[in-house]
Design a protein around this ligand. Structure first.
Ligand SMILES: Cc1cc2nc3c(=O)[nH]c(=O)nc-3n(C[C@H](O)[C@H](O)[C@H](O)COP(=O)(O)OP(=O)(O)OC[C@H]3O[C@@H](n4cnc5c(N)ncnc54)[C@H](O)[C@@H]3O)c2cc1C
Ligand SMILES: NC(=O)c1ccc[n+]([C@@H]2O[C@H](COP(=O)([O-])OP(=O)(O)OC[C@H]3O[C@@H](n4cnc5c(N)ncnc54)[C@H](O)[C@@H]3O)[C@@H](O)[C@H]2O)c1
Length: 449
């Protein structure tokens, strides 16, 4: 590449957010380069949602066979997970991603570059000694595990390490009681590890409806996962062949593997943001509601790096659309009002819109529809014993403010609630919707009835 190449746009990061912006701007005829410092593909496809869901699917199949063993799945109680085979199956999805993604970018006419670019001026980056001049930059560098003042923090493994294992450790400690810890706990426990979650306060999965979280915690404990609350980890050290975590109250826990599930932060190190006049406050880019840097109008951010909405793949896709529209002359704000989200435990925990706590804090006038679903036919047929719903409706109008589900079909059904919220459909409208029967969705009218 020639020195002083001028691009219309340079995107940093080949995940959902970066690729989404790059493709749209390239389709509009822009000269676009995309720089990636690891293998092409990003977190979701290589180290997040997709590989996680493959392991989840296998452990769920095993769990369901075991649960239904007394009801006709003969031999189901003897079924177990072969983690090495599961890892090979996962790799059959992840291994082809980097080459495919890079090729598809090149086929689209995007200049795909390897390396770690850094700003050297408001309108230029350095990539391994080459100056890249550009009209715009999009920072889509994703997130990384948060730095926390935990002594011995360098001894922790990450979710990346867990998802790359060929064999599970006998004992696994998960620090933090959020998405990563609960999902890994449910997979690893089904795979045969002795698992313990250490959560700092009394509210694990704090973004989710706590009534349902309590049921999930109970279900997790019933199946042998130790969930320790008020267990704020302050130190980690080597102990024999394994590791020992110490909590602030002095409790200690040992395991062969300790995984970071303590939150993630935007990946902004080494970008030379000062040289570009791009401000950062408390580790986050300062952006307006169109995802443009308040300090440098050439620069936008999207996805986990922008950290304006929840760190989720559908948010990264939304951000990419917003940024591309704004780069191409529009003036579009982000809208995170309806973001369905799921914790892939067994059963799944799903949420869209306000929790009761949030609705109360916002002073909303609401009513609640809630109940246990464990005796619903669609749940009983799966052998699952923990299932429940909680729906918040605006009093008078019947507008859906939030929907929270625990159960086998929660991920699919929550999206229907999100669709109704986005479309402005009230509870009556949604309960009159004809749904395929029998399905998880056909329970919606019972929930709203
Ligand atoms: C274990 C796990 C499970 C998850 N499961 C789900 C799920 O089920 N559902 C869901 O919605 N979300 C899930 N998420 C979150 C989801 O993966 C992220 O929100 C999403 O991938 C963010 O996309 P992104 O494009 O913003 O960033 P990323 O996909 O992280 O892409 C950023 C890219 O930028 C690159 N990069 C970083 N620094 C530089 C640099 N200086 N120069 C060039 N390139 C750089 C990185 O290598 C990376 O490839 C999960 C996350 C994790 C960790
Ligand atoms: N299914 C999904 O969509 C999915 C799955 C995995 C990750 N993610 C994304 O990745 C992000 C990061 O996940 P995560 O699980 O690392 O973070 P998280 O924010 O979900 O949970 C972190 C937890 O760690 C606790 N904590 C913090 N310091 C602690 C300490 N010293 N000791 C004990 N507990 C402590 C917090 O109270 C919190 O409950 C998520 O917020 C989510 O956006 C999404």
């Amino acid at each position: 590449m020639a020195q002083d190449d001028t691009f219309d746009l340079i995107v940093l990061g080949s995940g959902t957010a970066g690729v989404g912006v790059a493709r749209r701007c390239r389709a509009a005829g822009w000269r676009v380069a995309l720089v990636e410092c690891r293998e092409f593909g990003g977190t979701c496809a290589l180290r997040g949602c997709e590989p996680k869901k493959t392991f989840w699917m296998l452990t769920e199949a095993m769990e369901r066979a075991r649960r239904l063993a007394p009801h006709g799945v003969a031999g189901g109680d003897a079924v177990s997970i072969d983690w090495a085979a599961a890892q090979r199956f996962k790799r059959s999805f992840t291994d082809p991603v980097p080459a495919r993604r890079e090729t598809s970018l090149r086929d689209a006419g995007i200049v795909a570059l390897h390396g770690r670019a850094r700003f050297i001026a408001p309108d230029a980056l350095d990539l391994d000694g080459t100056r890249l001049a550009t009209r715009h930059v999009v920072i889509a560098t994703g997130g990384l595990p948060a730095h926390l003042p935990i002594e011995g923090a360098e001894l922790m493994d990450t979710s990346d390490d867990f998802l790359a294992l060929d064999a599970l450790p006998p004992r696994l400690l998960l620090l933090g009681g959020g998405y990563i810890s609960f999902e890994i706990a449910h997979m690893a426990a089904r795979g045969g590890s002795e698992v313990r979650i250490l959560q700092a306060d009394r509210t694990p999965l704090a973004q989710f409806e706590q009534d349902l979280v309590e049921r999930l915690v109970r279900r997790s404990r019933e199946m042998g996962i130790a969930v320790e609350l008020e267990a704020e980890v302050s130190a980690l050290r080597r102990a024999g062949a394994g590791l020992e975590a110490t909590c602030k109250d002095g409790r200690t826990f040992q395991a062969e593997m300790v995984v970071h599930g303590l939150g993630r932060r935007p990946a902004l190190e080494g970008l030379g943001l000062e040289a570009a006049g791009v401000p950062v406050e408390k580790g986050r880019l300062v952006l307006d509601d169109r995802l443009r840097s308040t300090g440098n109008p050439r620069v936008f951010a999207a996805g986990d790096a922008a950290a304006q909405g929840p760190a989720l793949t559908p948010v990264a896709s939304h951000d990419a659309r917003v940024v591309a529209d704004n780069l191409l002359g529009g003036s579009r704000r982000v809208d995170y009002s309806v973001v369905p989200s799921v914790v892939f435990t067994i059963p799944q925990l799903a949420s869209v819109g306000a929790t009761e706590q949030a609705a109360r804090a916002a002073g909303a006038d609401y009513e609640v529809r809630q109940g246990d679903m464990s005796d619903f036919l669609s749940v009983r047929r799966t052998g699952e014993t923990a299932a429940a719903y909680k729906i918040l409706l605006e009093k008078g109008s019947g507008r859906i403010l939030g929907a929270h589900l625990l159960g086998p079909d929660a991920a699919e059904v929550v999206t229907l609630f999100g669709f109704a919220m986005k479309a402005g459909m009230d509870a009556d409208g949604l309960s009159e919707l004809m749904t395929a029967y029998p399905s998880g969705a056909s329970n919606i009218s019972s929930m709203l009835g």
